[in-house]
Design a protein around this ligand. Structure first.
Ligand code: PA5
Ligand code: NI
Length: 188
């Protein structure tokens, strides 16, 4: 039987207590997602293989819902902000929410029909990600970006399509400001 539990979430560090799991994504594993991968190599040579983001989960066995935090480091590869892999859910009838706790970012989304959307990520904004929309977060601020995601446990992640085709949009710094540009490398 499942029992109720109050889970403490620190909106600044992203710590989840108790948590059931966590993982860290190193920048080197995200190399080919960036517009200019050789710039990632240069970044790695200068800074080492930094933790680009961390995901901490509360995913109780047998539960239909789960939640957790994503903690993204600040940084840029050339003009492109640090990003997550991006994915569709394996189940195309499962959405998600991203409730930003601290930091600043943008949530890039697109649907298979080609519709695009960009949502602001800042403390207090809870983004609704409808089913069948690919989503990627980018940290556009000077500090960590921390958000709480909530999903159904059976949603799953489908990374393949975004890994091979890319997202339709990129978030880059232009004239000191976050700007959305079309992804020139997107494979239609
Ligand atoms: O389920 C989600 O959408 C999030 O928990 C993401 O998995 C998390 O933000 C990391 O992004 P990605 O899974 O695209 O690497
Ligand atoms: Ni998701």
């Amino acid at each position: 039987m499942l029992f109720p539990e109050g889970v403490l979430i620190d909106g600044v560090t992203g710590a989840v207590s108790p948590a059931t799991g966590r993982y860290v994504k190193k920048l080197s594993t995200l190399r080919d997602l960036y517009e200019t991968p050789p710039l990632v190599d240069a970044y790695l040579a200068e800074h080492g293989d930094v933790d680009a983001y961390e995901v901490v989960e509360y995913r109780p066995d047998g539960s239909d819902v789960c939640f957790g935090t994503t903690i993204m480091a600040p940084g840029r590869i050339g003009s492109e902000y640090f990003l997550t892999r991006g994915h569709y859910h394996a189940r195309s009838d499962r959405g998600e929410t991203y409730y930003t706790q601290s930091g600043e970012g943008l949530l890039l989304l697109h649907s298979r029909s080609g519709a695009c959307s960009v949502l602001e990520m800042r403390a207090g904004v809870c983004a609704f990600i409808p089913p069948a929309w690919a989503h990627r977060s980018v940290n556009t601020g000077p500090g960590k970006l921390v958000f709480v995601w909530t999903c159904t446990s059976d949603a799953g992640h489908d990374y393949g399509e975004i890994a091979t085709r890319g997202m339709r949009q990129r978030a880059v710094e232009r004239d000191g400001r976050p700007t959305i540009v079309p992804n020139q490398n997107y494979r239609d």
